[in-house]
Design a protein around this ligand. Sequence first.
Ligand code: SF4
Length: 446
Amino acid sequence: MALTGLSIFKLLPKTNCGECGVPTCMAFAMKLAAKSVELAACPYASDEAKKTVGAASKPPIRLVKIGPPDAEIAIGNETVMFRHEKTFVHQTAYAVAFSDDEPLSELSHHIAEAREYCLERVGEKLRVDLVLIDNVTEDVQPFTTLVKTVAGATGRGIILRSTEAEPLEGALKILAGQRPLIHAATPANVETFAALALKYNASLVARADSLDQLAALTTKLMSLGVKDIVLDLPSDNPAAALQYNTVIRKAALKASFEPLGYPIINFVTGRDAASMVADAATLVCKYASVLVIDRLDFETLLPLMMLRQNIFTDPQKPIQVEPKVYALGDAGRDSPVLATTNFSLTYFLVSGEIENSGVGAHLVIVETEGMSVLTAWAAGKFSGAKIAAAVKASGLANQLATRRLIIPGYVAQISGELEESLPGWEIRVGPSEVADLGPYLKRLAS
Ligand code: SF4
């Protein structure tokens, strides 16, 4: 039977020392009950706690870290089958692949692209996370040269794909301290590759042709002392990959089947861009922890970056911006003041329209717990009184020659309340749709 936070708390030292990374033993107990941390994080856990809580609190899907400390990617540690049950924890890491049979002169442009690619959306910078280097030549020198070049040029975590131990070891020496991921241990090479992973502190992909073989392989790796494992069950079509991923996730979460309790790596290759995006999108939703894409171009990455951001935001915590006044464009003493909520998407859409309009403005962001305009208004968090309080607290009244406040058209009904709460201010009702804001501001300024 699953342990509750309270029953776990009774077994902890209750000193609230914080060494486990959370401030109190109770908070740590709640995380243990949710299986999002391991008891090993508490250095003072008693033998009784270890015996009772240890196995019960172990995350069903192991947390695996890849990459150098300043670009570390964490995968796994998931606890639910569906995002709406709670949240997905660690987003799918996107990797692009380069192979060592291509001349460096031709790859240098793509390596620079992998480093430079950055899409900024609702305040987050979305990038390529990992680079896979494929030892197609099976030789040491071209592989190690490419590994050195890519690691130095991109700073990203590296996935080393090779069937040969010698090139692999050469590359692992170059990546000392950078925690690469080795692809892949198979039933044929398991001892050799396990020894390399342990010697160089690398994570290791386990690759087998069936679920039974994969479970046997990870069991063998565990017995050899390898803990950080990533699963690869090859498939020849996306439907099969989706099925395998689902079976693996279900076995780990619902049956606590330890041999499959690891993150999954999938590969998307070949076909046209639209099919690649469709296949990749399926696997981001179901349940790829690492997705290797053999194509690095904007039209492929853009939808995948946006999808990943949407899937892996916590549905219980709307993304928010800091409630304060943002001076946008050439905001001055006669610029209008606009008010909206601190829901990130709302902020970035409104601020983007203001900046694109070329009309300077002061944007007052009201604390609404990340709700959008109509939701916040319905919940009483974007009322006339709340907006008036935010405007007063901003101190804008003393800085402006013209006191003009524009509110979203969706909450036109609070304009009267605002006029009473903000004497000396002209209250205007702006457009309901953000797309109409730019033309509205231009008209106002003309
Ligand atoms: Fe409590 Fe252990 Fe965490 Fe200290 S490290 S706060 S004793 S759970």
